[in-house]
Design a binder for this molecule. Structure first.
Ligand SMILES: [Mn+2]
Length: 305
């Protein structure tokens, strides 16, 4: 059985507190539990003060089989930020713009060159999703069509090659859209004139949608994942057509990524749980203790105190 843990972003203290609370104990320097395993939902790096320490906790757990992990968009970004552009000498697959540099600034400051090289090697081995007996894990969105597309593209590769990172991260790459959906969530364009500032102050004209819900009867405002969209216009057919609601009969799926802000964790639906409660923005680190149930329960969230 599994304990799922959301976005950590360089916060080792809350991570250790959460593992202790879940009864994991260090043996030979690796946190472990006699009967359970952790599934980490990605976004280990960037933002927080103890990125190296987080990697030193998580990576040995994964490498000794005490834990599984999926890739977050921040791990993929870090890979693409350091991969030279295939056609433009001196440039990188993820452009070195001030915004992108700022996003990975903490990671680059806190890791030595060899630690970074080690981390990048490990990131390449992280799967983008896990489809296990009885549950699924993915950083942002379970979309069977996009996942199927990626599955075919990744076939035969045991890790992310340069070619796959290019295909996933160059805007013209053939995997750019599927990877964006799976690792960053599905977005919808807002009507003309509607915009908002995101958590980093960037002006946005698109917002993430509640991909797991049927769009029927929803407005832009009610179908937006977390952004406060002041728009009660009904969703147009073009957006509704992009939705692939996650049926209640599907295996439970666990995601991170959405920077939820609440005092107490809450399920997104009976079989969809988000475990990102903004530890890097004044929130808390969150786990879900899963014991095989199809219908998830709010009582199974565990929070580091
Ligand atoms: Mn994320």
């Amino acid at each position: 059985m599994y304990d799922l843990i959301g976005d950590i972003h360089g916060h080792a203290q809350p991570l250790m507190a959460l593992l202790e609370k879940l009864d994991y104990r260090q043996q030979d320097g690796v946190y472990q539990h006699p009967e359970r395993k952790v599934i980490f939902l990605g976004d280990f790096v960037d933002r927080g003060p103890q990125i190296r320490e987080v990697l030193e906790i998580v990576r040995p757990m994964v490498q000794t089989g005490v834990a599984l992990a999926v890739m977050g968009n921040h791990e993929l970004n870090t890979l693409a930020f350091h991969l030279p552009h295939p056609d433009r000498p001196g440039e990188y697959v993820r452009q070195h713009t001030p915004k992108n540099e700022k996003q990975c600034q903490q990671t680059l400051q806190q890791l030595s060159d060899s630690q970074l090289a080690d981390a990048l090697d490990w990131f390449r081995t992280l799967p983008m999703w896990l489809d296990l007996d009885g549950l699924r894990a993915v950083h942002a969105c379970w979309d069977p069509v996009e996942i199927d597309h990626l599955q075919q593209a990744f076939a035969g590769e045991s890790q992310l090659t340069d070619r796959l990172i290019q295909a996933a991260c160059l805007p013209e790459g053939e995997l750019f859209h599927p990877v964006e959906v799976v690792l960053k969530g599905k977005e919808m364009a807002l009507p003309e004139g509607i915009q908002f500032a995101d958590k980093d102050g960037n002006v946005r004209t698109k917002t993430r949608m509640r991909w797991y819900l049927s769009p029927e009867g929803h407005t832009y405002g009610s179908y937006a994942m977390t952004d406060p969209i002041a728009c009660d216009l009904p969703l147009p057919a073009s957006i509704a057509a992009k939705a692939r609601p996650y049926e209640a009969t599907e295996k439970p799926v666990f995601v991170g990524h959405y920077w939820l802000k609440k005092d107490t964790p809450q399920l997104l639906s009976s079989n969809v749980a988000c475990l990102d409660y903004s530890v890097a923005k004044g929130g808390f680190l969150c786990a879900y203790r899963w014991s095989g149930e199809q219908v998830l329960g709010d009582a199974n969230f565990v929070v580091a105190t």
